[in-house]
Design a protein. Sequence first.
Length: 301
Amino acid sequence: MKVGFSDRQRGYLGAVSSNLIWGIAPLYFSYLVLFPMAEIIAHRALWAAVFLFVILLVTGQGGALAQGFVYPRRTLSLAAGAIMVTANWTAYLYAVDTNQLVQSALGYFLYPLMAIGLGVVVLGERLGRRGWLALFCATAGVGLKATLLDGFPFVALAIGSSFAFYALIRKRLDMDPFLAMVIELLMIAPLALALITYLTLTGKPAGASFFLDGTSYGILMAFTSGIITSVPLVLFHIGNRYLPLSVAGFLFYLNPSLQLLLGLLVFAEPFTNVDMVAFTLIWVALVLQFAPTRWLTSNRP
């Protein structure tokens, strides 16, 4: 008897798998700390672009790439998206490299609330009382860390804001999301290749190059950085395609939740009382904004 998956099952499989991979990816990237961060970012972009471009060709969608260059405004939007992706990767890898996974998790928890704020400011979207209260709680959480001498959360804000601006760009882009993502990576790829070539030939900045590592380990890690980048992206888009946006959005929180657990339990990062209060305020904000109204009101007879 033939056993297959329904569309909804495919959606859950894609969404859960992508966020599980993203959540535990810091374990993989922690093994790359010996290599220059710029080279890690370049290899992620280059090999992810190659991998996803091959998928486009295999699925017969290669000709659709021209859609990204028909209108100058669309091309500029894709270029802006590519910049935001690079900024997000840079902040994320910096968090892994400097043992700040708790801040990375904070950034991804903040992301949807920051996206809502951009929607209000840039797109003129309206918020109800719950929405404004949610934004107030999130702002209070960030402000608490900044004002109580607990260290301003630059990394968290960089991660959250770059992802939020990326979401804003995508919202205004009339194009298939997966195709847009491939074009963004292909825009980054030539610069990534040039940087890899320069770093490999000169050995700069200080630190081992993947290709000058002297072993197959460096080359293998270079290639797999593209796989670990592109596979969850493909799965994520499968999840978004087959699941309601509210469900896919809820499952996204597997990612920062796992990052937070890794930061505390595996990398033994500090988690102060201020962190606890800040995270609690942000979790309250998320519940206020995204929980169904019936969860927040009592049932009356």
